[in-house]
Design a protein around this ligand. Structure first.
Ligand code: FNR
Length: 366
């Protein structure tokens, strides 16, 4: 039929997402000791009431020192599950699907939250870990100098991803997204800019991707087999002058996309940047779509989500229609307007499903 693709259901494994609109994960710095709060219930709930297909909860640390800030969410403890389940149950009653992004901040841990508790000092965390350490790898002067993980510690992080995935399943999550983007731990391993290891976790592409693949397998083994797994990657470090040089780029991303597909990733969420202050981002509408398009073309069997300044329905529909991506994510638009999914519907003249509690909002004042 002629209904816009954006409002057609999308099925991956046993998960059917009611439309192709995804809320991108966004840190809210509103947790304490990793716990989700009523803020999350209300914020995520406000999105869910307004009908996106899938909501991905913010970067959630699998270990305490994997938090970006002390306000970041966590899933390293069974006690974290209870509140998360409340959020999941609410979203499900509203008819949307929900996933959570599992993360470790790597060398970008130990930042201060941009607001909330300003009595915190810089350096609230003294154990900042990364594939490689040393002052030259300090993210900036507000972050600590990272130290290199031992091989034993790498295994602990891998296991922590697996345990967090099991907890996400217990909370009823429909999917989990592994955070491999934006200069956090997994990206630190992938990029030659931040991985100087000489053991089997550094050097060749295969070695730099080893940690990611171990994480993927641990998550896959601990999450229900019938539910899909997402992975977010930065497709490039966006350092133009070294396209084939010692940075992370699209060609390497395409190669490892095949490996992660074979290891059990169902959907790749294609972002970019975040691993070096030298990056040059040309933030025009849809600026990351070409990355998603190339990956979709070159890695059959892997679905892709496009994200980054996709702000109206016609633009989103065009991306799907031209088969550049399978799903469309929005971030800041949902913050400006939690009913952004309805804006997209209006752009495409679709009568989107309204929360039944809000259905009288359709009637005009008279
Ligand atoms: C983000 N982004 C982000 N990305 C991610 O992978 N994990 C995260 O937790 C966060 N946190 C976050 C917080 C806030 C406040 C913003 C604005 C962004 C990036 C986000 O998911 C998205 O990729 C970008 O915002 C680009 O999409 P838009 O905003 O142009 O639609």
């Amino acid at each position: 039929d002629k209904a816009p693709l954006l409002f057609k259901p999308f099925t991956v494994k046993d998960l059917t997402i009611p439309n192709r609109i995804v809320v991108a994960p966004m840190c809210m710095y509103s947790s304490k000791d990793g716990f989700f709060t009523n803020f999350h219930l209300v914020s995520i709930g406000s999105f869910a009431i307004n009908g996106p297909g899938l909501i991905i909860q913010e970067a959630t640390a699998v270990q305490p020192n994997g938090r970006i800030t002390p306000g970041c969410a966590g899933l390293w403890d069974d006690a974290h599950v209870h509140k998360l389940k409340e959020v999941v149950d609410f979203v499900h009653v509203q008819g949307s699907k929900i996933g959570i992004q599992l993360a470790h901040a790597g060398r970008k841990a130990s930042a201060k939250a941009p607001y909330t508790n300003h009595s915190e000092s810089d350096f609230w965390l003294d154990n900042v870990v990364a594939p490689s350490g040393g002052e030259h790898l300090q993210w900036d002067r507000h972050h600590r100098v990272p130290r290199a993980l031992s091989v034993e510690e790498i295994q602990e992080v891998v296991n922590a991803f697996g345990s967090a995935a099991a907890r996400a399943a217990r909370a009823g999550m429909d999917t989990v997204e592994i955070h491999g983007a934006h200069g956090y731990l997994i990206h630190n391993f992938l990029s030659p800019l931040t991985n100087e290891r000489t053991d089997h976790y550094g050097g060749s592409l295969e070695n730099r991707a080893r940690f990611l693949l171990e994480v993927v397998r641990a998550v896959r083994a601990n999450f229900p087999a019938e539910k899909p797994i997402l992975l977010r990657l930065s497709a490039s470090d966006l350092v133009e002058d070294v396209v084939d040089g010692p940075s992370w780029n699209l060609e390497q991303t395409i190669q490892i996309a095949k490996w992660v597909r074979d290891a059990g990733v169902d959907v790749l969420h294609v972002s970019s940047g975040g691993n070096t202050a030298q990056q040059k981002i040309n933030a025009v509408p849809g600026y990351q779509v070409p990355f998603a398009e190339r990956i979709k073309k070159e890695v059959p069997g892997l679905y892709v989500i496009a994200v980054g300044i996709i702000t109206n329905g016609k633009q989103a529909e065009h991306i799907l229609d031209e088969e550049k991506a399978d799903l469309i994510a929005g971030g800041r638009s949902f913050l400006r307007h939690p009913s952004f999914a309805l804006d997209l519907a209006r752009d495409l003249n679709v009568k989107a499903a309204f929360s039944q509690q809000y259905s009288r909002g359709r009637t005009t004042h008279s």
